[in-house]
Design a protein around this ligand. Sequence first.
Ligand SMILES: [Zn+2]
Length: 375
Amino acid sequence: MTCPVIELAQQLIKQPSVSPDDKGCQDIMIAHLQAIGFTIERMPFGDTNNFWAYRGTGPTLAFAGHTDVVPAGDESQWEHPPFEPTIRNGMLYGRGAADMKGSLAAMVIAAERFVAAHPNHRGRLAFLITSDEEAKATHGTVKVVEALMSRNERLDYCLIGEPSSQHRLGDMVKNGRRGSLTANLTVHGIQGHVAYPHLADNPIHRALPALQTLVNTHWDDGNEFFPATSMQIANIHAGTGSHNVIPGKMQVQFNFRFSTELTDSQIREQVETILKNHHLNYTIDWILPGQPFLTAKGELVNAVIQAIDQYCGYQPELSTSGGTSDGRFIAQMGAQVIELGPLNATIHKVNESVSAADLQQLSRIYQRVMEQLIQ
Ligand SMILES: [Zn+2]
């Protein structure tokens, strides 16, 4: 007899749902959830399929995730075709096996078992699923969260199935993420002949000391949960390509990964003060891909630690490392948010794979979290 978690994971991997195409993955999940009494609300926005599903009333535990995957890349590099799930030596191979169709299968089967054992659970069990997390993420979770907030939907706890584990299942969970803030800076000067510098104004010469000050600035020390805020210059451009022309402008793009010790507006103010102190003639555009969020110790963290300990025999490390995730949107609802999923060693790579036993274990861990919070 095959395991329902693995069977469902294989079914999902078979659909080549490259962002933002869902390719029917959500229909498969919805069929399972509808059969056990979930109310389903499809929430498509633009090119993206999303759904919100719930069962019961009261304090709400939502499972969140994405059905889309990154492209397979050069398929000839794969040992097995990326959209033909294959099990070999206990590993399930296929694009999305670890990020995150395996987790989606584990969640859905956990819900089935939980509902079968506790048909009259006291809290509300919910699912928030999108088909665009990997690409633009503009019509996915962010839009569903907006819609839910506009009608005062309550969300107390949220488990996201992102592959958080490092070396063994459950050794790390994410209880927050750093914020991301990008600056597009243009320093204006006056173009001219390099032989007549007094008739020009070199924006490179003006900008360099200011950039050096930005690079040397100590932004914060981080805190118990976050490393210190870092600023990195990512792109820099000036010059006409000619050796005898002083350029008229210089463009610089830099990005902050910031902790909860700072707000984006504090960073912006500090940057502009530095630019003004250097008497630059500049324009600056700011983009805020994500605010930082943090779930401190509480019911959800405790439930997750207990569940991992029970099935794995060790406790997870809480971490806020990595890039941004959809947790940044869900946290705005005031929910406690944790990311817990399988090993991330092969995500986005060729021959992406996940341990089949880990997925079965993950499903039990998810179920245990349900039992602790809404049984
Ligand atoms: Zn993912």
